[in-house]
Design a protein around this ligand. Structure first.
Ligand SMILES: Nc1ncnc2c1ncn2[C@@H]1O[C@H](COP(=O)(O)OP(=O)(O)O)[C@@H](O)[C@H]1O
Ligand SMILES: [Mg+2]
Length: 580
């Protein structure tokens, strides 16, 4: 896992190495200062050597400045390196997600992908910065302080050794106890994040259903639970600081005790006043660094979980790639399903489409009818290979879809998804998704076919009108027609509309179909619809039920022999009569 992430340090390797070097220099310089301090007191003040005091004092200032410089340089390097590392990880995740198929995305949720790209990368970045800044500095400080105290007075130094053993042991116990609890909390964190995201994405629905209180309650419950667990973990972890203080003050008392009695007993030979003050500094230094080390351990656990979640995304194999020697030309819009079974879970006992066999000649207009969940969307998604058939083969233009270059196939099979999406930008920028090089004339023609040209012309900014994120500043029907125009701009051989005129009135719906007949007669048009009137004039109507093709034929044939079709027809006919 570490290896996988380490390669994203990339161009920031040099700066990543510089940072610990600066930090180590800072540590060494900082350690020298108490030593010089002791020298000023013992060799300067006590003997009244003014020159020594000034000399050493200047040296001390120089060291302090140098240490400040090194510290700052190290911190800057660490920030740059870790931010760069985070940037690399984030773009790697983004690249990977762009390669994901629908099936890959089904496996993670998009909410979880967002958490992984934001919170998790931030955690890893923090940890990385910590590692290069503190991981070297703290142990170096610790060892250097120990060495210096041994040089000053080895007998006294043993007090430190004792303290480190006691403190180290206590910290290990605390970390061991609180670790699993923290890990648990961070897993739950995800839940809360996902709840927030779901709620915010669906905020309009929440408001429409006046579910604010309910949603608030749900969120409160989740975050209350998290709060309790966090307090539980934290209440063990906070023992850190009293244990630390206890050891530190014990250390100080012992040092004062022994130090003072040594000074008095030996008359300042075995131990001097200045040395005693430097010992005080080292005590603080050693304790502080032990604290930092224990803090790093906590950081690293958090980061470990995050790193795992990132690697999961990076390791996910896109389950569809263009084959070698891929076909890059689609002959025509003929579509054949040959004994096709399909299951989202790839489980042959849980088929979402079962034994689909059909041939749709190029240029046909085909209606697809069936209740919700009957498999209409699943059926058409196999044509541009948004999913792969579990068994059997789908052919477009006489070629197995798996033999096509994916880009070619998806450009020639243009699909308006049931959940259509516009992106923030302008109307023109959204339409250009269909074809970057479309001329104004082509754009206008596509909009005319989709019956949206009049609406756009009436807008004050016309084609340059702003589209908000998710297209929220347009009505459902307007969005649907913009999406149809976008799909038309691809100049496809197959055009699929998945319930794409559900929010468009019947008259406009009919006008769109008329335009299709006039302007794109050779394109195979597959129209999924709830309204019989949207498909009744089609060359072929496919009736789906529970993932199977019940029957297909034209309106008259189906009325005669298909009970399901007749039922839907009758019920809608009555409604229509009633309307008039
Ligand atoms: N992404 C998915 N993952 C798993 N199951 C799905 C997914 N999309 C749809 N299904 C299931 O497949 C079946 C057919 O769905 P779908 O083709 O969307 O029906 P329709 O478009 O006719 O309403 C339903 O039972 C639905 O629950
Ligand atoms: Mg559907």
């Amino acid at each position: 896992m570490i290896k996988k992430l380490a390669k994203f340090i990339g161009e920031y390797k040099k700066i990543s190495i510089l940072s610990p070097i600066f930090m180590a220099l800072e540590a060494v310089l900082e350690i020298m200062i108490p030593y010089l301090m002791a020298s000023i007191i013992d060799d300067g003040i006590k003997v009244g050597d003014k020159a020594h005091i000034i000399q050493t004092g200047l040296l001390m200032i120089l060291m302090a400045l140098l240490s400040l410089g090194c510290g700052a340089a190290g911190a800057i390097c660490a920030c740059k390196a870790s931010a760069g590392f985070e940037k690399n990880v984030r773009s790697a995740i983004m690249d990977k997600i762009q390669k994901f198929t629908f099936a890959n995305i089904d496996r993670f949720s998009s909410a979880s992908l967002v958490t992984r790209m934001t919170t998790d990368t931030a955690n890893v970045q923090m940890a990385y910065q910590m590692i290069i800044r503190v991981c070297f500095r703290a142990p170096i400080m610790l060892i250097a302080a120990l060495v210096m105290s041994f040089i000053s007075n080895w007998r006294m130094a043993f007090i430190f050794v004792g303290a480190i053993i006691v403190l180290g042991g206590a910290l290990t116990v605390i970390i061991k106890k609180s670790f699993p609890k923290f890990e648990y909390v961070f897993e739950r964190y995800d839940d809360v994040n996902e709840k927030v995201q779901e709620n915010l994405t669906g905020i309009r629905v929440v408001k429409a259903y006046v579910r604010e209180d309910h949603e608030n309650g749900k969120f409160k419950k989740a975050s209350d639970f998290l709060y309790r667990k966090f307090v539980e973990a934290e209440s063990i972890a906070v023992l850190d600081s009293p244990v630390m203080s206890f050891t530190m003050y014990t250390c100080m008392i012992l040092i004062f005790w022994f130090g003072a009695s040594l000074i008095v007993k030996s008359g300042g030979v075995d131990m001097q006043v200045g040395q005693l003050t430097s010992f005080m500094s080292y005590t603080m230094n050693i304790m502080f660094n032990l604290m930092m080390i224990s803090f790093i351990f906590v950081m690293l656990t958090i980061a470990k979980t995050s790193a795992q979640r990132i690697v999961e995304v990076l390791d996910e194999e896109p389950d569809m790639v263009s084959p070698e020697n891929a076909v890059t030309e689609v002959r025509d819009g003929e579509i054949v399903f040959d004994h096709v079974n399909f299951s989202y879970s790839k489980n042959p006992d849980n088929l979402n489409l079962e034994d689909i066999n059909i041939r749709i000649p190029s240029g046909y207009t085909v209606g697809v009818i069936g209740g919700t969940g009957s498999g209409k969307s699943s059926f058409v998604q196999l044509i541009p290979r948004l999913y792969d058939a579990t068994d059997g083969t789908v052919y477009v233009g006489g070629v197995d879809v798996r033999e096509y270059d994916l880009t070619t196939l998806r450009n020639k099979v243009s699909m308006v998804l049931q959940k259509n999406v516009l992106f923030s930008g302008t109307i023109r920028s959204n339409l250009l998704w269909g074809n970057e090089n479309a001329t104004d004339g082509q754009i206008r023609q596509a909009c005319r076919s989709a019956q949206i040209d009049g609406f756009i012309d009436d807008l004050p900014n016309g084609y340059d009108s702003v589209v908000e994120q998710g297209g929220t500043n347009f009505s459902g029907g307007q969005k649907q027609r913009l999406c149809i125009a976008r799909a038309l701009l691809k100049e496809p051989k197959v055009l699929i509309l998945d319930d794409s005129t559900s929010a468009v009135d019947t008259k406009t719906d009919a006008a769109i179909r008329k335009a299709f007949r006039e302007y794109i007669p050779d394109v195979t048009k597959i129209i999924i619809a709830q309204r019989i009137s949207s498909v009744s004039d089609a060359d072929m109507i496919i009736v789906l039920d529970e993932g199977r093709i019940v029957d297909y034929g034209n309106n008259d044939e189906l009325l005669e022999r298909c009970a399901i079709y007749r039922e839907v027809y009758e019920s809608q006919k009555k409604g229509a009569d009633f309307d008039e």
